[in-house]
Structure formats: structure tokens, C-alpha cells
Design a protein around this ligand. Structure first.
Ligand code: NZQ
Ligand code: ZN
Length: 386
């Protein structure tokens, strides 16, 4: 794949030495104080931190460190970041990490410039921030596509919610696969599965008739499946990792969603599971998807059957539409086993079955890909995941 620059509202610098190209240019017109936000230390170990600090110093910036953003970032961490940004009079936030770091910064960017509590504002007053500190994102773990949108997923430990909160768009995103090569194999695969999940949850939304977005989505899904299989043979394969990095962005840059109402019921269930267990996002999705789709595929058998044929390559010969739809769900479950992701919550290491009822009682219910589930049905699905 050739390097390129692409504008969404997020300007994407993609490819070799993308940070060196992006930072001098993008930071030229922002103030001197840059908050450098990152996670638990992987960027320090990989050398990415030092490299980025070098670019910032060359650009004459003063660096304010904001370390320790955890996977499944908490609202408390958001508040810590916002307080630090105010105290140090930060002019620009640079998020360096995976979805968790980027998401946390998108809300820090909003909270730093208002005295209103963002959670209260969005969930009680149903109003959304419009002013932000400017920010940029440097991706070190792809899969979520968090760098491409202004949605975030934040865990509020006080209310036991892991919920979608709207924040800032990054002005620019740096996607250089070299920064992701230190990611552990398990996280590479669970991140790539997250991308596949985003595509499926978009594809299986409404309307049920196939449109251009769906056909592009089919191509992205085939690409993700093929490149995960390449990585199973050779985890260091840069071309496959590069393809997956762009597929991750494609799934969340809005293109696949054009003209569609998306589903994202699997995500809603997984997020609440995360609120109670702090589990890995891609792993949770891997367990939930086949079970959820077993429950739903006959309700929207046309779209599920097309997915089976176009993405999983299953022949329609001798099968009814419903049988083809079910064969696609079985192929998905087989693929999850093939790539070493868990198929049950126990395989994920969960031990407390009592959380399932709490998850069923508290997760958002979307219109679903074809029907709105009842809480009893969600619980049934979760029990089957155990
Ligand atoms: O914290 P550090 O030390 O950096 O370690 C991280 C973390 O432990 C590590 N890591 C990241 N880059 C690395 C690396 N380790 C070695 N080398 C590197 N280059 O990976 C671990 C997981 O990182 P995290 O950011 O949590 O993973 P991911 O990118 O999967 O993000 C998950 C979060 O994003 C949310 C999820 O719910 C979850 O909270 N999502 C955000 C979305 C969005 N904003 O659009 C959409 C998604 O559906 C998702 O819900
Ligand atoms: Zn996701």
C-alpha cells in the first residue's frame, strides 16, 4: 500500500515516518504546551515515546506528561487529565496509544474547557460539548478505529456503566504500522476482530437492501479475514498489519455507515460486560457475536445469507436462505476458534456468573439488526456465552 494523506474531518497521515511528516506541520500553529498522553508504559518500552518527544522538542514545544491511561479508561482518569490540562494551561493534546488512550483524550479535550460535568451533560441533560482543546492521535494499536471518530467509550466506576460519550475529533491521526509492531499477538488479533465486528454491526443494520456501503463493507470484511489468516502464519508480516490498520480506520471513518442505521447490539452488551469485568473488548465481542447472531439470523436471513455467501464464501447451493444464514454464523464461530479467540466467557477467565444478570439489566438495547431484544433474551444470550 502506498503512503497517502486523506481528509475526513480527521486528516490521516498514513505510512512510513508518518509522525515525522505530521507533527512539525500540524503543531506549527498551536500554542507551546503539549500534553503527551499515553498508557501504562508500552510506548516508553518501544521507543515511540522518545521519538515523539524528539519531534515535539524540535518543534519548540513544552511537554506535559499524562501517563497511565488504562485499558477501558475510567471517567476518573478523564477528570485527572482535564485537571492537569487546566493546571498546566495545555494548548494541545497528543494521544499516543490504542483506543483507550485516544478515547480518554477525546473527553479530556472537552472536559478541560468547561466547568460542566461532561457525563451529567450528556446523560442527564442530553446536550453535547461543542468546544474542545485541539488534539491529535498517534495510533500504536489498531482495531477500534477510535482515531477516526468523535465517539468514546468510558467506564464510569461510580455508576457501573461503560458507555458511549461524545468528545472531540482528532485534528489529525498518525497511522504508521511501525508503531504497532510491539503489540502482543493476542491484542493484534483481538483488535482485528474488533474491526470485523464494526463491519458486521454496520452491515447488519438497516435498511436490509444492500447498498454501496454494504458492498464496500464486504470487501473490508474479506480483507480483515484474509489478513488475520496471514498473521496466523507470520505475525510480523508488515503488509498484513498495514492492511488491517487501514481496514480498522475504514470501519470507523463513516464510509461504511453512509446511508445506514447501524446495529451495534453486540457492542452494547460487551461494553456493559466490560463495566463489570474490565474484560478485553475484542475478546468479549468474539464470545458474544456468534451466540447473538444464532438468535437473530433467521429474523434477517436475507442479509445474513448474503454475508455468508459474499464474505465467508459459502455456496448457496442446496440451502434455503435460512440455512445459508445459519451456515454463515457457524463459519464465524469456526473462524473465532481458528484465530485463537475465546468462544466462552469462562475461556476469557470470567468466574462470577452473577454479573450476567447485571449486564442484561443495564446494557443499551439498540433496534438490533432486525429486532429489538428483550432483557430476558439478552440474559439468555449471555448465559449461552458462559
Ligand atoms: O497501556 P499500554 O502500556 O500502552 O499497553 C496497551 C494496553 O495494555 C497495549 N498497547 C498499545 N499499543 C501497544 C501496546 N503494547 C505494546 N505495543 C504497542 N504498540 O495494548 C493494550 C490495550 O490497549 P487499548 O488501547 O485498551 O486497546 P484497544 O485499542 O483495543 O482499545 C480498547 C478500548 O477502545 C474502546 C473499547 O471499548 C476499549 O475501551 N473502543 C473505542 C471505540 C471508538 N472510540 O470508536 C470503538 C470500539 O468499538 C471500542 O469500543
Ligand atoms: Zn469495537
Amino acid at each position: 500500500m502506498k503512503d497517502f494523506i486523506y481528509t475526513y474531518p480527521v486528516k490521516v497521515y498514513f505510512g512510513d515516518k508518518a509522525a515525522a511528516k505530521a507533527l512539525p506541520k500540524e503543531l506549527a500553529d498551536v500554542g507551546r504546551t503539549v500534553m503527551l498522553a499515553y498508557g501504562g508504559g508500552s510506548v516508553r518500552r518501544s521507543g515511540v515515546y522518545d521519538e515523539i518527544c524528539g519531534y515535539l522538542r524540535e518543534a519548540g514545544k513544552e511537554i506535559v506528561d499524562f501517563p497511565g491511561i488504562m485499558p477501558n479508561p475510567t471517567y476518573k482518569k478523564v477528570q485527572e487529565g482535564a485537571a492537569l490540562a487546566r493546571e498546566k494551561k495545555v494548548d494541545f493534546i497528543l494521544a499516543v496509544g490504542g483506543g483507550s488512550v485516544i478515547d480518554c483524550c477525546k473527553i479530556v479535550a472537552a472536559q478541560a474547557v468547561t466547568d460542566q460535568d461532561i457525563w451529567e451533560m450528556e446523560f442527564q441533560k442530553h446536550s453535547y460539548p461543542t468546544e474542545f482543546l485541539p488534539m491529535g492521535a498517534i495510533v500504536t494499536a489498531s482495531g477500534t478505529g477510535a482515531e477516526m471518530n468523535n465517539g468514546t467509550v468510558i467506564t464510569n466506576e461510580e455508576t457501573n456503566q461503560k458507555a458511549g460519550v461524545l468528545g472531540a475529533y482528532a485534528r489529525f491521526a498518525v497511522l504508521d504500522v511501525a508503531y504497532t509492531m510491539s503489540l502482543p499477538a493476542g491484542q493484534v488479533i483481538s483488535g482485528a476482530f474488533d474491526t470485523l465486528s464494526h463491519c458486521m454491526e454496520t452491515y447488519l443494520g438497516s435498511p436490509r437492501e444492500v447498498n454501496l456501503s454494504d458492498e464496500i463493507g464486504e470487501a473490508v470484511m474479506r480483507n480483515v479475514i484474509r489478513n488475520i489468516r496471514v498473521l496466523l502464519q507470520d505475525m510480523e508480516n508488515k503488509e498484513a498489519r498495514t492492511e488491517l490498520m487501514w481496514a480498522s480506520a475504514m470501519a470507523e471513518n463513516g464510509i461504511l455507515k453512509i446511508g445506514k442505521v447501524t446495529d451495534f447490539q453486540a457492542h452494547q452488551i460487551e461494553h456493559q460486560l466490560g463495566a463489570y469485568t474490565d474484560c478485553n473488548h475484542g475478546q468479549g465481542l468474539a464470545v458474544i457475536h456468534p451466540v447473538l447472531y444464532r438468535h437473530l439470523c433467521r429474523e434477517n436471513s436475507g442479509q445474513f445469507a448474503r454475508l455468508a455467501r459474499e464474505v465467508w464464501g459459502i455456496s448457496a447451493e442446496g440451502k434455503s436462505q435460512e440455512e445459508l444464514a445459519e451456515a454463515g454464523v457457524l463459519a464465524l464461530a469456526d473462524f473465532i476458534r481458528e484465530i485463537g479467540l475465546p468462544s466462552t466467557f469462562t475461556q476469557m477467565g470470567l468466574t462470577d456468573k452473577s454479573v450476567l444478570k447485571k449486564v442484561a439489566d443495564s446494557c443499551n438495547l439498540t433496534a438490533g439488526c432486525c429486532k429489538k431484544l428483550s432483557r430476558e433474551e439478552v440474559l439468555e444470550i449471555l448465559m449461552e456465552c458462559w
